[in-house]
Design a protein around this ligand. Sequence first.
Ligand SMILES: *[C@@H]1O[C@H](CO)[C@@H](O)[C@H](O)[C@H]1NC(C)=O
Ligand SMILES: *[C@@H]1O[C@H](CO)[C@@H](O)[C@H](O)[C@H]1NC(C)=O
Ligand SMILES: *[C@@H]1O[C@H](CO)[C@@H](O)[C@H](O)[C@H]1NC(C)=O
Ligand SMILES: *[C@@H]1O[C@H](CO)[C@@H](O)[C@H](O)[C@H]1NC(C)=O
Length: 512
Amino acid sequence: MHSKLLFFCLLIPSTLSSPPNIIIMLMDDMGWGDVGVNGNWAKETPNIDKMAAEGMLFMDFYTANPLCSPSRAALMTGRLPIRNGFYSTNAHARNAYTPQTLVNGIHEYEELLPKLLKQADYKSKIIGKWHLGHRRQFLPCNRGFDEFFGSGNCHFGPFDDEKTPNIPVYKNDKMVGRYYTNFTIFKGTGESNISQIFLAEGLSFIETQSVSKNPFFLYWTPDATHDPNYASPMFHGKSIRGRYGDAVMEMDYCVGKILEKLKELKIEQNTFVFFTSDNGAATYRRRDGGDNGPFLCGKETTYEGGMREPGIAWWPGSIPAGTITHQLGNIMDLFTTSLTLAGVKPPQDRIIDGIDLSPVLLDQRAPIIDRPIWYYRGNEMMAVRVGAYKAHYWMWTEFGNDPLKFTFCRGQYIQNVTVHDQINNTEQPILFNVNRDPGEKYIVSPKSREYKTAMAIIDPIVKAHKEALEPGVPSLNYCDVAVQNWAPPGCEELNYCLPVPESNPKLCVWDH
Ligand SMILES: *[C@@H]1O[C@H](CO)[C@@H](O)[C@H](O)[C@H]1NC(C)=O
Ligand SMILES: *[C@@H]1O[C@H](CO)[C@@H](O)[C@H](O)[C@H]1NC(C)=O
Ligand SMILES: *[C@@H]1O[C@H](CO)[C@@H](O)[C@H](O)[C@H]1NC(C)=O
Ligand SMILES: *[C@@H]1O[C@H](CO)[C@@H](O)[C@H](O)[C@H]1NC(C)=O
């Protein structure tokens, strides 16, 4: 332990004197199998593939929840949604998120990454989708970010501005217009220039910061790969996969431009970049969604397709080029790793689930760090992965009885695994070896010695986790039409405030 620590310090002396800039590139609903380097046949991602060739590719990287908002809350806090409050108790095992009727947002008590990075003088900006609460007090600039360009919600719409307001787009703490009415998205054709606007915002932030003596943190989280997909004229109609692929191509272009900018400014050796996605591809979109590679099911589920994500780390000169790791990683680790690289101590007064990946990132020969991966769906721990083994304590695919409407497991059926009803396997968890069987197709027989050996390791880890767990106050329980984006900060200047209807708070309905 002691010698390992010493070795680590010797490896990154420069980091300690001048912490690196940090860029987290978070894609929306992009699947593990959407990037060329993970085997996608459409080959839309030459720049992302090059990023992997120049950096480290994580084969076993996970999100903390199979839906956008809780996964983003986990990234910003380093904590499981069950702890940070981004879950619901309205119904069992539901994935809740942040629609514009949501009353609450990320708790005041939670310490967010940009705020903590302030301790090391980082200047921070978020570009794209925030999703941790759209009301004034929850917006990024009130929760630790210096700058914001994007939106509190997803780019759903167009709405009529009467029953439902269109979603505002913010510059810092004021809205500068709304999606569809001011920031054009042609839903019929899938054309929009918004990804290019996000890119320009990112490049100009990097340029401005590069001349400053302070390090920067850029959280770049464009949402063109989320339904309804869009792309600008340069990419529109260019992919063999259609609109979704067009959006992936544009994301890839943006990744290339950002890395190119770092090189042009000669700050690439002092910038840690990580590329990943918030959850698995939306398989319920059938032919229109993304690709989860060899993995079972997709977004909304706790099968591998819902939670295993592309993961690429890039930091020329510090992270060895062309390397591949089987370290189990999680989006929450980006919180802890970023703080470590910045020389900031993670909060000590609460449980942090993210681990520091820097030993693995900076030294290819470093041993794999043992850690569990938790698969939660709302208030229920559905599964856990320990080493090669994944044990499902609960299973559930979709809701409703129309198999054509919501197929979270698009075209995949595994007997006793892709189950329509919530099944409690706690008595005898369903076990897979996801190294040999990544598609979760072949159940390890409960009678086998392999099962008994694996469960003897997993059971105590689960028991300890449950005993120590103090669920946070749920933030995603209440909805109200009055809290929608009728009159966001800045609407007066634009003369674009809408009349606020009477408040009518209700429990949100979460089917999925
Ligand atoms: C934004 O769109 C609304 C609705 O179409 C319009 O009234 C307003 O003038 C637009 N604002 C700007 C700044 O373009
Ligand atoms: C996108 O920008 C191009 C070039 O400026 C312009 O011709 C086009 O109309 C824009 N499209 C949308 C949907 O705003
Ligand atoms: C698996 O499914 C079959 C067919 O529905 C059923 O007979 C069997 O009991 C199931 N096995 C388990 C372990 O649930
Ligand atoms: C699930 O099964 C376990 C073990 O049989 C039981 O203790 C637990 O109460 C069940 N949970 C629910 C919500 O039914």
